[in-house]
Design a protein around this ligand. Structure first.
Ligand SMILES: Cc1cc2nc3c(=O)[nH]c(=O)nc-3n(C[C@H](O)[C@H](O)[C@H](O)COP(=O)(O)OP(=O)(O)OC[C@H]3O[C@@H](n4cnc5c(N)ncnc54)[C@H](O)[C@@H]3O)c2cc1C
Ligand code: FES
Length: 251
């Protein structure tokens, strides 16, 4: 679907965990929503001048009349998002990026998320639930979020926290046995994704990784977001953010 620029009203913006918000935006264009792929993102802005750039945020889920995002407050832009109230306007440009191609995902699937990397996995598990057996692996520092909405769409749920407050103490990569799956789908901090990619490479399991590189333009023009692949540098915002693990150069 061709990216579109829209100014739309906020439906609700609620803090679901410390510094993590769910933002739902009214979007009554049913047919265009259905063409968004899980893993695609929008450039969002709710300010006029500063900060200069819009911020890339993954589509978390959508239905007939709203589109939702999950974001962690990490700087000026997300701090401004956190002040939005129902009825305020927000600018969206998208959908952008390639997203997950759900037609090529089949069989036993491990969806692996680290922290706010859970965001794009929500719509993904919903769409895969009718055609695949999905297990969810989610790792957090301490507070767990976003899982409840996904439980109805997955078979197994494996949670880790670094402080042991919920689930297994440690990193989610320690729970994952990639050889049990036909394919692994992953989004989270780069260090976690590189570990998952290495585990999959060792056992020859295909893995798709959503590489959330720093971005500026979001439309392929500035080359800020490049990823090293075996076929040269690729733009995360255009050829990605979803890449096959086997294509990436892991340093
Ligand atoms: C394709 C894509 C999808 C994304 N989806 C989400 C999402 O669904 N929810 C969400 O909360 N965030 C998401 N992000 C990350 C988000 O865009 C950045 O954290 C953004 O910079 C926040 O803006 P800010 O002004 O609040 O913070 P900034 O002032 O821009 O940055 C705050 C801190 O975060 C660091 N940072 C900036 N961009 C990234 C990045 N891509 N990865 C890691 N650290 C970064 C900066 O170096 C700085 O230390 C996504 C990023 C990309 C590229
Ligand atoms: S953010 Fe500009 S090319 Fe990707």
């Amino acid at each position: 679907m061709k990216p579109q620029h829209k100014i739309l009203p906020v439906r609700c913006n609620v803090e679901i965990a410390e510094n993590v918000y769910k933002l739902a935006i009214q979007h009554d264009c049913n047919s265009s929503l259905m063409k968004i792929k899980p893993g695609q993102f929008y450039m969002l802005r709710s300010w006029n001048r500063e900060p200069l750039l819009s911020r890339p945020i993954s589509v978390s889920s959508y239905d007939g009349n709203s589109i939702s995002f999950l974001y962690a407050v990490s700087g000026k832009g997300t701090e401004l998002f956190s002040t939005l109230k129902s009825g305020d306007n927000i600018e969206l440009f998208g959908p952008l990026g390639n997203g997950f191609n759900t037609d090529e995902i089949r069989g036993r699937i491990a969806v692996v998320a680290g922290g706010i990397g859970i965001a794009p996995m929500m719509q993904l598990v919903k769409e895969l639930s009718s055609s695949c057996d999905v297990d969810l692996y989610a790792g957090f520092r301490s507070e767990v979020y976003g899982i409840e909405d996904m439980k109805g769409y997955v078979k197994g749920v494996f949670i880790s926290t670094e402080d042991g407050s919920t689930g297994t103490k440690g990193y989610v990569t320690e729970l994952l046995e990639v050889e049990k799956y036909d394919m692994v789908l992953c989004c989270g901090p780069e260090v976690m994704m590189m570990k998952v990619a290495a585990q999959c490479s060792e056992k020859d399991i295909p893995v798709l990784l959503s590489m959330e590189k720093h971005m500026a333009c979001g439309v392929g023009a500035c080359l800020v977001c490049t990823c090293k692949t075996k076929y040269g540098n690729k733009r995360s915002c255009k050829e990605g953010p979803v890449f096959w693990g086997k294509d990436l150069v892991i340093e």
